[in-house]
Design a protein. Structure first.
Length: 285
């Protein structure tokens, strides 16, 4: 995904990842502010505006988005429990994730359109320098790791995720995971190329941040229509990996033992309960 703006990057990363724990989610607004300060230095007035924007976004996400996530997980849970899940259901779930991403962007959009034009030239230079430095670090990190080692890293992460959800995996499940690792395309370099193109487009858009109509049009195109910056190779690899991953998930589902199915259902119940409790708590604030 592109670095739509520093607000988008930090808010999405921390809000979505913090959903995994109630404590992390409850303090997500504070974590976001800390992270933002790593990228750009705000004036006192800007700090107040950013603080209010993040608080409002946090409240919106908790009361509007978490119940939606809970509903989707509940439907998934019921299909797994009744052994009625289909591969088409997983395709639909993937499409739902894209819709969630779009809604998050829509939630952030008005704040980005309001706050970004307030940045001074010095702040824009600081922001872009930090984003480019992050890109450079990621590029160096990638170049320091041999392709064969990257494959091993992917395999270790896949195996760890499988154990987290399934517990002890069977020989069949291990073969399925290994097949997925071997067949998937490594897209990190292509994503870095894309992110760098996106960032340069974003930099040019920020130069026109005082030209309201043009700035808004260009920023929203970067938010919602960034596909033109992706190479044909990246697009093809994304589609291939998506199909491969959905197929793996369905094969793992079909291979579940009774014990593993109970474990998956229990973990989903935990996420559902956490989201419902958080949504209820935030609705009273």
């Amino acid at each position: 995904m592109p670095r739509a703006s520093i607000v988008v990057v930090v808010v999405l990363t921390l809000l979505l990842s913090a959903c995994s724990t109630q404590l992390g989610y409850r303090f997500a607004d504070t974590l976001i502010e800390w992270k933002l300060n790593d990228y750009v230095s705000f004036s006192n007035q800007q700090e107040q505006s950013v603080d209010q924007a993040i608080t409002t976004l946090h409240q919106w996400h908790a009361t509007s988005e978490l119940p939606y996530y809970s509903k989707q997980l509940q439907q998934l849970r019921e299909k797994i429990a009744t052994e009625t899940l289909t591969e088409a259901d997983l395709v639909a779930l993937y499409e739902e994730l894209l819709i969630v991403w779009q809604r998050m962007l829509q939630g952030i959009e008005p704040y980005a359109l309001d706050l970004l034009p307030q940045l001074s030239d010095q702040q824009v230079s600081e922001l872009l320098a930090n984003l480019r430095e992050k890109q450079r670090e990621e590029r160096e990190e990638l170049s320091d790791v041999e392709r064969s080692e990257r494959v091993k890293q992917v395999r270790r992460r896949a195996e760890k995720n499988a154990r987290n959800w399934l517990g002890q995996t069977t020989k069949l499940q291990e073969r399925l995971i290994n097949g997925w690792v071997v067949e998937r395309f490594d897209t990190r370099e292509l994503w870095l190329d894309y992110n760098e193109r996106w960032l340069e487009e974003f930099a040019q858009t920020l130069e026109r941040r005082q030209q309201q109509d043009q700035f808004q049009q260009e920023l929203l195109e970067l938010f919602y229509q960034p596909q033109h910056l992706r190479s044909d190779e990246l697009v093809q690899h994304i589609e291939h990996n998506q199909q491969l991953t959905i197929a793996l998930m369905y094969q793992l589902y079909e291979s579940l033992t009774d014990r593993q199915r109970r474990r998956v259902i229990s973990k989903l119940d935990g996420y559902i309960d956490d989201m419902n409790e958080l949504a209820a708590d935030f609705s009273t604030k």
